[in-house]
Design a protein around this ligand. Structure first.
Ligand SMILES: Nc1nc2c(ncn2[C@@H]2O[C@H](COP(=O)(O)OP(=O)(O)OP(=O)(O)O)[C@@H](O)[C@H]2O)c(=O)[nH]1
Ligand SMILES: [Mg+2]
Length: 377
């Protein structure tokens, strides 16, 4: 079913992703590069909070440390703030702070200014298999406190462990939690705070999807990336394309057509297959990260006339496309368009690098670059 292809086409040297604003900490892909040093302290911070045993540490381990869901059964309770730097091997560079469940805001050693001050997103995990009234009360105190210190924090509520719930029960739980949490905020005169809700479980891809959306909100170039993906797919006869951070399998952008879980799962699985095959059979011994490099590319033909096509974009990113078999007959055109797409992405990330702190380039400009160069189907 699967054919794995080494592909030497269109590789034009290493791509430096060095242009994310320094305060977001997306440094260069070269660890020796100076931007990464200055960015170290100011990486965007994602906080994981919630009651004891709600699943915070499990989420962090499964998404960023490849722990298998079953192994999380043996995780010990967290008793101090664990700071995890997701940066060495991944495009999405930030710190995740995993909090102990029983944290006491009124403890004088709890410095809310420092903790919430530099925080990009706060993920509050609620165990949906348990009684969630206490969790809702804690959510309310946490959110109002954090908002007071830093009104720019994005609040993300993970209604977690939904693997144990029936579909109807899931929807009902989400509706109930949404209603109660927003009522509590309204009662306290805090209607302006926006909470986003996700149904998650570590036993399927929902936790990766939710984390993707959380991370996307912290990437200032997202609209441009989406735009580039839209142009790329519409000119290449592709149905859906995801731009993946290969290590974490978080997608940092996709085109604007709706995401269905199955397509996302399929693309995640493809990355696993490619990395596994590549680890076993590919690569030279001299590089430490030979499983994914500039030659990485793969085509999987499904038995329903669908093709999955993976290409390396840079050291950390890959694009995975889903398309009909007949569209793939024009592979030359797709490859050419991909080449333009990759070039445009590199330019987007290089803009800030070149001109210290200019505004993000407007999308029409970027469109121009790509539209000029793209071949049409
Ligand atoms: N069914 C199910 N169980 C889960 C899920 N996520 C985590 N768990 C289980 O929940 C239990 C608690 O997980 P932890 O990650 O230690 O919880 P925590 O929030 O870090 O707990 P503290 O560190 O004490 O605050 C573990 O036994 C996990 O296996 C999930 O999505 N579904
Ligand atoms: Mg924990």
């Amino acid at each position: 079913m699967a054919s794995y292809e080494g592909d030497g086409g269109f590789t034009t040297g290493s791509y430096v992703v060095g242009s994310f604003p320094k305060d977001y900490g997306y440094g260069a892909d070269d660890p020796d590069h100076d931007t990464i040093v200055t960015a170290l302290d100011s990486k965007p911070r994602i906080l994981l909070m919630g009651l004891r045993r709600s699943g915070k540490s499990s989420i962090q381990k499964v998404v960023f440390h490849k722990m298998s869901p079953n192994e999380t059964l043996f995780l010990e309770s967290t008793n101090k703030i664990v700071k995890d730097d997701v940066s060495n091997s991944s495009f999405v560079q930030f710190q995740i702070w995993d909090f102990p469940g029983q944290i006491d805001f009124f403890d004088p050693t709890f410095d809310s200014e420092t903790i919430f001050g530099g925080c990009g997103a706060l993920i509050f995990v609620i165990d949906a298999q348990d009684d969630y009234m206490e969790a809702l009360a804690r959510l309310h105190t946490t959110v109002s406190r954090a908002h007071k210190v830093n009104p720019n924090i994005k609040f993300e509520v993970f209604i977690h462990k939904v693997d144990g719930l029936s579909d109807d029960h899931k929807i009902e739980t989400q509706r109930d939690i949404y209603q109660r949490a927003n009522d509590d905020l309204a009662d306290a005169g805090l209607e302006s705070i926006h909470l986003s809700f996700y149904l998650t479980s570590i036993y399927d891809h929902s936790i990766f999807e939710a984390f993707s959306k959380v991370v996307q909100k912290l990437i200032p170039q997202l609209p441009i990336l989406e735009n580039l993906l839209n142009i790329f797919i519409s000119n290449s006869g592709i149905e859906k394309a995801f731009l993946f951070d290969v290590v974490s399998k978080i997608y940092i952008a996709t085109d604007s057509s709706p995401v269905d879980m199955q397509s996302y799962e399929l693309c995640c699985d493809m990355i696993d297959v490619v990395i596994d095959v590549s680890c076993i059979y590919g690569g030279s011994e001299d590089t430490d990260n030979s499983a994914f490099d500039q030659q990485s590319s793969s085509i999987i033909k499904m038995n329903n006339a669908t093709i999955l096509y993976l290409r390396e974009v840079n050291k950390f990113l890959a694009i995975v496309c889903i398309m009909r078999e007949d569209s793939f007959e024009r592979q030359g055109l797709i490859d050419y368009n991909f080449h333009c797409f990759r070039k445009a992405i590199t330019e987007v990330f290089n803009v800030r690098h070149k001109h210290q702190s200019p505004p993000i380039p407007s999308s029409p400009q970027t469109n121009g670059i790509l539209e000029e160069n793209l071949g049409k189907t």
